[in-house]
Design a protein around this ligand. Structure first.
Ligand SMILES: Cc1ncc(COP(=O)(O)O)c(C=O)c1O
Length: 381
């Protein structure tokens, strides 16, 4: 039996979600835009899912635009809504620890002449709200803040920043992909929010952009009247239905999910701290997802630990990528001030539905030896 500790990468589809998707795939074949009965049946599936997604996100159903995931939602905000902002504001503020689907779009914006300010984070991975306030200008169009970081799990003061942005006439967008379904979110001050079904028991390739009615919309995907002309293309009906069920489960299970994840994460960290010398927990421990443990093993080639864990049946992920023999530290850890060596020794262990205390014990039974052997194998001076 394998132990899957990579829930921030993606999660297993919940059986209730798979059942709903299978039913739609088998029984609902109409095009949701068709006016006949088959079309109406498909449309009803999407409408029901929209209600469920809206409830979890704290938006109105009409404010939900289904997308092919959070990458598309983030691209839509930065490359379409911002560039079409009617009042001509062009400046964008973001944190230095955004997901690549935001960061890559920021680079395209810069290339197109938009001024972009990236606000640094501290060693704890948090951006101070006051520093974001200092970055705001009279022509700031948008502030984009990742709600919870995918690598560290660190949670940003999004609501506080949203109030500051709003006071200056800027829209607040949050990439909440890692928070939705795993952490309680208060979205009352949020104008735009991206999320993705596969991070909390839904299918891959479907997500949503939540957009307040007050925000002028400009489509990113053109060519059809779907989603009230906000996103062209025939809807992924089965995926959207599965997304809806994942949201309904999250709405009812959230408190127990958080408690379950926190207990396992704490068990994991307590064991590591007791058994492995030179282990450091990263990120602000008071503002972090219950599911995420980001840890650095000093003087350790993390990629060797990861491979050995995989052979022992444990899936986790790294803080640095190894390409052609050289190590590229993650931009998130670099922004937090990590050296390349520290980043190399950093692992992300993320727990979720399906994990239990016995699995964590199994990981703790093998990990100290694997770290010791990787250290002895060297490669880090
Ligand atoms: C914070 C964050 N934003 C965006 C994405 C992209 O989501 P998707 O896989 O739905 O495109 C991810 C997933 O890796 C993520 O963790």
């Amino acid at each position: 039996m394998r132990v899957y500790l990579d829930h921030n990468a993606t999660t297993p589809v919940r059986p209730e979600v798979a059942d709903a998707m299978t039913r739609v795939l088998r029984e609902v074949h109409g095009n949701p835009s068709s006016v006949h009965e088959e079309g109406a049946v498909a449309r009803a599936e999407i409408d029901r899912a929209r209600e469920r997604v809206a409830t979890l996100l704290g938006f109105a159903p009409a404010e939900i635009v289904f997308t092919a995931g959070a990458t598309e939602a983030n691209n839509t905000v930065l490359l379409s809504l911002v560039t079409a902002r009617p009042d001509g504001r062009r400046h964008v503020v973001a944190t230095a620890v955004e997901h690549p689907s935001v960061e890559a779009a920021l680079e395209l914006l810069e290339a197109a002449g938009h001024p972009v300010t990236r606000v640094p984070v501290g060693r704890d991975g948090r951006v101070p709200a006051a520093d974001v306030a200092d970055a705001l200008r009279d022509d700031t169009a948008l502030v984009s803040v990742i709600w919870a970081n995918n690598e560290t799990g660190v949670i940003q003061p999004v609501a506080e920043i949203a109030a500051l942005a709003r006071a200056r006439g800027a829209w607040l967008h949050s990439d909440a992909t890692q928070a939705v379904g795993k952490h309680p979110i208060d979205t009352r001050e949020i104008d735009l929010l991206s999320c993705s079904a596969h991070k909390f028991g839904g299918p891959k390739g479907v997500g949503a952009l939540a957009v307040r009615e007050s925000i002028p919309f400009a489509p990113f995907v053109h060519g059809g009247p779907q989603e009230r002309r906000r996103r062209g293309g025939t809807e992924n009906t089965a995926g959207i239905a599965g997304f809806g069920v994942a949201c309904e489960l999250a709405t009812s299970e959230l408190p127990e999910r958080v408690a379950h994840a926190a207990a396992l994460r704490d068990q994991l960290w307590d064991g590591i701290a007791a058994k492995i010398p030179g282990a450091v927990r990263n990120g602000d421990p008071d503002h972090v997802l219950a599911s995420t443990l980001n840890v650095t093993f000093r003087d350790t080639p993390g990629e060797i630990v990861l491979q050995a864990l995989d052979l022992e049946g444990v899936a986790a992920s790294a803080g640095a990528a190894c390409a052609s023999g050289s190590i590229t530290p993650s931009h998130v850890l670099v922004a937090m001030g990590f050296t390349p060596e520290e980043a190399r020794g950093t692992l992300r262990l993320s727990v979720g539905h399906g994990n239990d205390a016995a699995q964590i014990e199994r990981v703790l039974a093998v990990l100290p030896d694997l770290v010791a052997r990787a250290r002895a194998a060297g490669g880090v001076s």
